[in-house]
Design a protein around this ligand. Structure first.
Ligand code: WQD
Length: 327
């Protein structure tokens, strides 16, 4: 299939591009390289340096390819939860306006499928665990709100314009390509595993552990970490689903197992052989004690399981990339 991957130079996007190329899909990457990296681009994929807020350029890209695209994969969004609470304007413009541009460009270009990076952030504080797709959506952050609103736009464009969507609600994406082909590090990461990796390789002094007084076995926060290679596979399966069945879906993507902050720090010390200094600080606002996914729907509809999401693979594949000398 011919695919336009918007945000394809980013952390998750580049893994999706690699997976699609491996499966023989045609790929055009559209990215403004604001957080995406040139080193994440593959020569087999066409690259268009463009911005989703430039509608003319975007619609030209979406309509321009001879024969058109079968699908657009949309991974171009800001994703820092804390930042979205102090600068919601930035998230309104990029995440919401940007997505509307993508949807309108898809209509113009007669693209019939869209695969969208949604997030577990649409759920907010858990009312029960594990979180299935029927769990109430009550986002705690403006970031999560933008993702939920976009899911609603997708529903309308499905109904009115026949664009089938897959909204993939990622839990905690982590790890790097299991075959080591993606090397771009995220700049200024705030997520736990990259922060730990930076401490392991001397890019930062210490890891702050946000609270050890939660109601969890070791007192630290428990999350559902899903390997980015597993996420990439799910995107390919989702495209197959929407295009073959002419139907939209919203699914959770998680490993269905919970790992604590301390377990991750300890595994990282063991695997890297580095001391990784860590200190307990206060809780981070808005953090629930525990979040785990029920991914039954993804198993059933996409025949997908998070096969690479065990703790050691998450850490080892990350460490392989962080260890590489650069510049
Ligand atoms: C994981 C755990 C922290 C950093 C976020 C978004 C979510 C989704 C994934 C995109 C928590 C603890 C973290 C640190 C720490 N994003 N932690 N020290 O908050 O679970 O999820 O990313 O859609 O929407 O909210 O991920 O990696 O920030 O935190 O102790 O320096 O690690 O408290 O328990 P989070 P995270």
């Amino acid at each position: 299939m011919k695919t336009l991957i918007v945000g394809g130079a980013g952390y998750i996007g580049s893994h999706v591009v690699r997976e699609f190329l491996d499966r023989g899909h045609g790929v055009t990457v559209f990215d403004n390289l604001s957080s995406g990296k040139r080193e994440n681009l593959f020569p087999e994929a066409e690259f268009i340096h463009g911005d989703i807020l430039d509608y003319t350029g975007l619609s030209r890209a979406a309509s321009g390819r001879r024969g058109g695209f079968d699908a657009v994969v949309h991974l171009a969004a800001f994703k820092a939860v804390g930042e979205s609470m102090v600068n919601p304007e930035k998230y309104s413009v990029n995440n919401i306006n940007g997505t509307i541009n993508i949807l309108n460009a898809a209509v113009e270009g007669n693209i019939k499928n869209i695969i969208f990076s949604s997030s577990a952030a649409v759920f907010g504080q858990p009312e029960y665990l594990p979180i299935d797709e029927a769990h109430p959506t009550n986002p705690e952050s403006y970031y999560g709100f933008t993702k939920l609103e976009i899911e609603r736009f997708l529903g309308w464009y499905d109904k009115l314009k026949g664009i089938r969507f897959a909204a993939l609600r990622y839990f905690n994406a982590a790890g790097y390509d299991v075959k080591g082909r993606i090397k771009g590090l995220e700049s200024n990461p705030a997520n736990l595993i990259p922060v730990i990796m930076e401490a392991a390789c001397g890019m930062r002094e210490t890891v702050q552990i946000f609270g050890n007084d939660y109601d969890t076995p070791d007192g630290t926060g428990v999350r559902d970490y899903v390997h980015v290679s597993d996420l990439a596979i799910a995107h390919a399966a989702a495209l197959e689903y929407t295009s073959k069945n002419d139907k939209s879906i919203t699914v959770n993507l998680g490993s269905e197992s919970g790992i604590s902050v301390l377990e991750i720090v300890e595994a990282a010390r063991r695997i890297t052989g580095k001391p990784i200094p860590a200190r307990i600080v206060g809780r981070r606002a808005g953090d629930p004690a525990k979040l785990t996914a029920a991914s039954k729907k993804a198993h059933e509809l996409l025949h997908w399981t998070a096969n690479n999401s065990d703790l050691d693979t998450l850490i080892k594949t990350s460490w392989d990339v962080y260890q590489k000398p650069r510049r």
